[in-house]
Design a protein around this ligand. Structure first.
Ligand code: MG
Length: 369
């Protein structure tokens, strides 16, 4: 069998069909039973950067127990939400899954605290951005195939991730609908799970969230259905309801926009006047209020800020140490120094570390000095 495997006839004309893909930088033969976007997804799942997401901070560090999301479980929630939306809108689920599974692959240890430190330390070489770093991982740093560096992903997967860097929303540059779905699903996932994790960890009180109309609406819907829930059952039901509200609105608003825009190809999507996959304006305002609330009360909570400061200090010290003594880098990284320079090589090395590995490495050096 040499023919390209076909995709579901369910796909809409505005979906990105893999048969219309611009291909890969290093051309490859078609696979007998997987479409190009399925192969992209599989390559991401089999990469070491993907596995390391299990031990990287989403918002809260691993020291706080095992309940809260890691970067990997966040990624799975995004993929699950995005696939649901994609299927209803008749988009390419394989492409959506590939995009979702790689969307946070470029995060360094310690989440945004780590990103800020690396961006500052590596300013001489253009700084550090996790979205850009994801592209660097899948085009250069993953070393898994004899034929090429990186994962040799399809053009559309790389373009989707690059669009996350620029966030270009001008007509002619709008991303594929599959990319728009993953962006929207990312917000739905963190808006709901960060509230859940913060409640579990005692950083937020239940009554504080009742300041938010979106939260109150979710509580009201749950209480309309159930009368005798204990506090934990109520919280879990409210989180499910919150996701339900956001996903239903996202599907309804996007379906309506797709119908009105009458787009009949991915090219037509890119020339629209704005995003077609979005929540309604009222919900957008409510989600913005929830995000501002989480920013103030959770991400800037004194204990979270203290953890960030500590983690940032460890990463900054390690950067300075390896920058001053690049010969102490592991052999595989020393080989990259000539081509990439010291700053970028040290940055790549540190960004690949899990929280756990970075802390062990930091403490090992501290005990030696
Ligand atoms: Mg994310």
């Amino acid at each position: 069998m040499t023919e390209q495997p076909s995709e579901s006839p369910w796909l809409a004309a505005y979906a990105m069909h893999s048969s219309a893909s611009a291909g890969r930088e290093h051309p490859e033969k078609t696979h007998p039973y997987r479409t190009p976007f399925q192969r992209d997804r599989d390559r991401i799942v089999h990469s070491s950067a993907y596995r390391r997401l299990a031990h990287k901070t989403q918002v809260f560090t691993g020291d706080r127990g095992d309940y809260h999301r890691t970067r990997l479980t966040h990624t799975h929630e995004v993929a699950s939400i995005a696939r649901t939306v994609g299927r209803v809108l008749r988009l390419n689920e394989d492409l959506i899954e590939a995009l979702a599974l790689m969307h946070d692959i470029g995060h360094p240890p310690f989440g945004h605290a780590g990103e800020d430190v690396l961006n500052d330390c590596a300013s001489e070489t253009g700084g550090f951005n996790h979205n850009m770093h994801a592209v660097r991982i899948v085009t250069l740093l993953e070393d898994r195939y004899p034929e090429f560096p990186g994962l040799n992903l399809s053009y559309e997967v790389l373009a989707g991730q690059r669009n996350r860097v620029k966030h270009d929303r001008s007509p002619g540059a709008l991303p594929l609908l599959e990319v728009q779905v993953v962006d929207a699903a990312d917000s739905v996932a963190y808006d709901s799970h960060d509230a859940d994790d913060a409640l579990e960890l005692g950083l937020l009180g239940w009554d504080e969230l009742l300041e938010l109309p979106l939260w109150c609406e979710a509580v009201r819907r749950v209480q309309d259905h159930y009368t005798a829930l204990d506090q934990l059952q109520l919280r879990r039901a409210v989180i499910h309801q919150l996701i339900e509200i956001m996903v239903s609105d996202l599907i309804n608003t996007s379906s309506q926009r797709l119908e009105e825009a009458k787009v009949d190809s991915p090219q037509a999507v890119s020339h629209c006047s704005g995003l077609l996959v979005a929540v309604s304006e009222p919900l957008q305002a409510q989600m913005a209020a929830l995000e501002a609330f989480l920013f103030e009360r959770v991400y800037r909570h004194p204990t979270v800020l203290a953890e960030r400061a500590l983690a940032g200090e460890a990463l900054r010290e390690m950067y300075a140490r390896y920058y001053g003594q690049p010969e102490s880098l592991p052999q595989a990284w020393r080989k990259k120094l000539d081509a990439e320079g010291v700053a970028r090589t040290v940055c790549d090395f540190l960004a690949g570390m899990t929280d756990r590995y970075a802390l062990e490495e930091y403490r090992r050096h501290e005990s030696l000095t």
